[in-house]
Design a protein around this ligand. Structure first.
Ligand SMILES: [Zn+2]
Ligand SMILES: [Zn+2]
Length: 1000
């Protein structure tokens, strides 16, 4: 049972009419929280010992109580930040709310009536208002909102946006014959006429005229921006006059952010002619052109969200500074980022009523809007600093994206570097790192998908009265982040499946906007096939001996039902379930063809249990065929949908890792825009952001985590790191090429006798790479290395970038790096038995590395774990046509399964039959695709390069249509983009036209 806490902790005092009473209550509330904390501290804890968890999943006991351990309890929001009074969970980071006191913003004030009562949800008017808050806001906003909004209905509504967001403002007065819109409505002289216009705004029909009237009077009386505009309008004698509102007019003084009603005189000006600063808002008296409001303008938020910023307060602007945590005085050197600003704004605090968190659907949109603003700011920074990007970002361009294309115009690319979390390049690097684990430790043992359960008590007890979980994605995100931490502890620190060697996870958002995490676990002791039944079940538990688990499984782990029972289930396509349910009923767990076991699911006749479920108002009986595999222990601890699969023998590890790092295919992003050279705008156009993801990112929660560290190791020819020149840095780069992991490795081999015993890829195990000094340093912690005092080893792994054989000298250089210990320089690497070779290839030859095709074998083996089938085919075609291996057929036989993997996969999807196995026909298709490439590369048939000739007539049996699709993965991705990225709506096209004619 969750621990009880006094009901109003973390709540705001509602009925205190006087500020004095309010403060007294707050003091009281704070005391109570402190008392509660003390009580918890002195409670007799039911802490289990760490050791008792070791391999606990193998000894699941239905009668044990797994949820009373304090270590696994995320607790309540009772930790109070000493700087800003934010309430937090005990394990949340100190800096989450206010960067440890460095962020200090004005408190949000409780609005006066009638808004105060409308926000509290206590009467019918108020619940109606909160339900339609988005529409009410639309009646009063001063700017338009342009974005491709995807709204998911149903039980978990969310707000999702694709691409960019634009706020537009028009003139003060409409041109003759045009209706009044947005800001213009405020200047209609008759209040009754104003009200009529507002009541006719699209979507306002369902609203109450009386409430609109009250709010109208409220904003005219309380909103400083409205009043500023009214004063300005009075002072504008002609239509050619313009009203300029400065983007960042920060008054000086101690209380920098104290809200003062802006006046025309101090923050704005009325001018005739062109303004000077481009971020300013320039409002013409009369015109029919809409202009985009710059995201970093301090009024960006207030103009769009009058209900949230009811006073017309400033939002974020780029001149804001951090403050000294002790004195509270603003520091002049450290800027406040938009991220800092909005993370601060999304907090629950003991001393203030946060109206933002009361806004339900409006809050959903606001969070997305603000996160897009944060990203826009950061992406603009990257765009502006392209010449300063690290040379590493350029060296491996070819490797990172176009591993088989060529990048001639590096200088003309606008790069979104892999350091940008969530960018395609980042995802790609991440997938490659997963492959590093596979290369070192084989396939993972467990694949776990854990989903956020919006009904968790931990979420529900933090809601305000009347709120539903979807009104508070901030709480959903924070609770899920805490639960995920506990989950990773249970798996890795508590070792419920035994010791883990490596792990990685990645957080994603479902269609309905709830977060879930995919986790891969590599165990130290591999899971034996006879142990699978101990930890994974796909059956309905006994309701009598294990009622708790029965409850969880029947509510969380039943798929569908779908198939013939329910053809309308969302998982159905062409009359079949895309998730392959119902699954076969079998008496014993057996290892399946695709690497997943076929779990034991006993039939009714074999004493399998059944349950009754409702499908379209009809009660039907289902059995184990619809149960998603789960681990009893994890289900009992987490009480949510947690799918646990053993992937002990997974052949399809690549598809699995793709799943963990979805979006790693650059092509998805590359197609959406016409400008293929601009990765930043491609990313902006193609991304989707939902409310929960926006909050997750605003609060700086991780979307990936992994252990151990993977250090990326550069591979380049001598001076090859100077690939990127700009006019500004060319001279400097030529004089002093930047140090890389490779040049530093050479330097260490020269200076450090221990390094000289190592291979390049082993360096990270014993040395840390210092990003700022660009040097390797010996590790100071870890396991002592015998015979080498002061040398310590860790689990860190190195990943050398791959080099395509087309890039031949570099390819052979890499081949030397994986074979030669302790090279001291490029020249040293080329030296064999005292003879300095002309080329790296020659050195490889002298070392015997080119005999028996073993290097081609290695190259292909590497490619098998890191590339998709199309890329492996291309590589194979290049090797056989241009590198003349002695036994091409042997290489083909060894790698043909990997080479044809996508053909098989596609065929399974096309025929909706996951049980199809590889056939000679499929190999033949693979050969044809390779031959087509050989013809393109060298104008040679397979038979001419010592290979088997494909059977072209057999190929005709294959559907042409299907075949075309098979050839390029990109086709399906393009299809995906076409279906998922609807054309920008007319609105934003309009904006682009406007921007082209004068915006910045
Ligand atoms: Zn704080
Ligand atoms: Zn289904």
């Amino acid at each position: 049972m969750p621990r009880e806490r006094r009901a109003n902790i973390g709540r705001r005092t509602r009925h205190a009419s006087q500020q004095q009473v309010y403060s007294r209550n707050l003091r009281e509330e704070r005391k109570n929280i402190i008392r509660e904390n003390d009580r918890l501290r002195h409670r007799v804890s039911t802490r289990r010992s760490l050791a008792s968890y070791n391999r606990l999943a193998f000894q699941y006991d239905p009668t044990a109580n797994y949820s009373d351990d304090e270590n696994l309890d995320i607790g309540r929001m009772t930790t109070i930040c000493r700087y800003c009074n934010a309430v937090k969970f005990k394990r949340e980071t100190v800096g989450l709310c206010c960067a440890s006191g460095k962020v200090k913003l004005d408190p949000l004030l409780t609005p006066p009536q009638p808004l105060k009562t409308l926000f509290d949800g206590s009467d019918p008017d108020s619940s109606h208002f909160l339900q339609h808050i988005l529409e009410y806001n639309n009646c009063f906003r001063m700017t338009s909102f342009g974005a491709n909004i995807i709204r998911e209905g149903g039980f978990m509504p969310t707000c999702k946006i694709q691409g960019q967001i634009y706020h537009l403002h028009g003139s003060m007065v409409p041109t003759p014959d045009e209706p009044h819109q947005f800001l213009q409505i405020y200047f209609i002289s008759s209040m009754v006429d104003q009200l009529n216009v507002r009541c006719n705004i699209q979507g306002a029909q369902q609203l109450k005229r009386r409430i609109i009237e009250q709010l109208q009077a409220f904003f005219h009386a309380n909103n400083a921006v409205v009043n500023m505009f009214k004063t300005a309008l009075e002072r504008m004698p002609s239509d050619t006059h313009k009203f300029v509102i400065r983007a960042d007019c920060t008054p000086t003084g101690e209380h920098v952010r104290r809200f003062n009603a802006p006046t025309v005189n101090d923050v704005a000006a009325i001018i005739v002619g062109d303004p000077t600063k481009s971020r300013d808002i320039v409002v013409q008296r009369r015109s029919n052109i809409m202009h985009r409001v710059n995201e970093t303008h301090r009024l960006y938020d207030a103009l769009q969200y009058p209900i949230i910023y009811w006073q017309g307060q400033d939002g974020y602007d780029i001149t804001l500074k951090m403050v000294d945590p002790i004195t509270g005085v603003s520091t002049n050197n450290k800027n406040l980022s938009a991220m800092n600003y909005y993370a601060y704004r999304m907090m629950i605090r003991t001393h203030e009523e946060n109206v933002i968190l009361k806004c339900g659907r409006l809050f959903q949109q606001f969070a997305v809007d603000m996160y897009v603003k944060v990203e826009t700011e950061r992406l603009a920074f990257i765009r502006f600093n392209q010449p300063k990007l690290r040379s590493e970002d350029y060296i491996h361009l070819r490797d990172a994206i176009h591993s088989d294309g060529d990048v001639q115009n590096i200088g003309r690319l606008t790069i979104l570097p892999s350091t940008y979390i969530g960018s395609p390049r980042h995802m790609h690097e991440y997938a490659q790192d997963a492959m590093t684990y596979v290369r070192n430790y084989g396939t993972p043992d467990l694949f776990i998908t854990v989903t956020c359960n919006p009904k968790w008590t931990e979420i529900e007890r933090e809601l305000e009265p009347g709120q539903k979980p979807q009104d508070r994605h901030d709480i959903i995100a924070r609770v899920f982040q805490q639960k995920l931490k506990v989950m990773m502890d249970v798996l890795t620190k508590y070792r419920v499946f035994g010791d883990t060697r490596c792990y990685m996870y990645s957080v994603e958002w479902q269609k309905r906007g709830l977060p879930h995490a995919h986790i891969l676990i590599w165990l130290l002791n591999k899971l034996h096939s006879n142990e699978v039944d101990d930890i994974i079940s796909a059956e309905i538990p006994d309701p009598v001996t294990d009622p708790r688990l029965h409850d969880i499984v029947t509510t969380q782990m039943v798929h569908g039902p779908c198939g013939a029972l329910n053809p309308l289930s969302p998982c159905m396509a062409d009359g079949k379930c895309t998730k392959r349910y119902p699954r076969p009923l079998v008496a014993e767990t057996v290892t399946g063809n695709d690497g997943y076991p076929v779990y034991r699911r006993r039939s009714k006749e074999d004493n399998g249990r059944t349950i009754k479920v409702k499908v379209q108002n009809q009660e039907i009986e289902i059995g184990n065929e619809f149960i998603v595999p789960y681990c009893p222990l994890l289900s009992r601890i987490f009480e949510t949908h947690a799918n646990v699969e053993s992937c002990h023998s997974a052949k399809s590890i690549k598809y699995l890792c793709k799943y963990v790092t979805k979006g790693s295919d650059m092509a998805v992003f590359g197609i959406a825009s016409e400008n293929v050279n601009d990765e930043i705008s491609n990313f902006q156009m193609g991304r989707y952001v939902s409310t929960n993801e926006a909050l997750w990112r605003l609060l700086s929660f991780q979307i990936h985590e992994r252990y151990p560290t993977v250090v990326h190791l550069a591979v380049h020819l001598e001076n090859g790191q100077r690939v990127y020149f700009t006019e500004a840095n060319a001279a400097q780069r030529a004089e002093r090429p930047p140090s890389t992991t490779l040049t530093s490795f050479f330097a260490m081999c020269e200076a450090d006798p221990f390094a000289a015993t190592l291979m390049y890829v082993e360096m990270p195990k014993y040395y840390t790479w210092n990003q700022s000094t660009k040097k390797f340093q010996r590790r100071k912690q870890g396991t002592p290395v015998p015979d080498w005092p002061q040398v310590f080893s860790t689990d860190a792994l190195g990943r050398m970038y791959t080099v395509h054989p087309r890039n031949d000298e570099c390819f052979y250089l890499r081949l030397l790096l994986v074979n030669v210990r302790g090279p001291k320089s490029f020249a040293h690497l080329k030296t064999v038995n005292g003879h300095q070779c002309q080329t790296y290839r020659e050195a490889c030859q002298l070392l015997g590395l080119l005999e028996n095709d073993s290097h081609w074998d290695l190259t292909l083996a590497d490619s098998v774990v890191s590339s998709n089938a199309y890329q492996i085919r291309t590589l194979f075609a290049i090797i056989i046509t241009t590198c003349f291996p002695s036994q091409p057929i042997q290489l083909w036989n060894k790698y043909k399964d990997a080479i044809c993997e996508d053909i098989l996969h596609r065929l399974r999807i096309q025929t909706n039959n996951p049980d199809i196995q590889i056939t000679d026909e499929i190999y033949n298709e693979g050969l044809i695709l390779i031959e087509d490439q050989c013809l393109t590369i060298a104008n040679k048939l397979l038979i001419e390069v010592g290979m088997i000739a494909p059977n072209r007539s057999m190929h005709d049996a294959f559907n042409q249509e299907l075949n075309r699709e098979l050839q390029y993965n990109v086709d399906t991705l393009q299809e995906f983009v076409r279906n998922n990225v609807p054309l920008l709506n007319e609105h934003s096209k309009l904006i682009q036209n406007i921007d082209a004619s004068g915006g910045q």
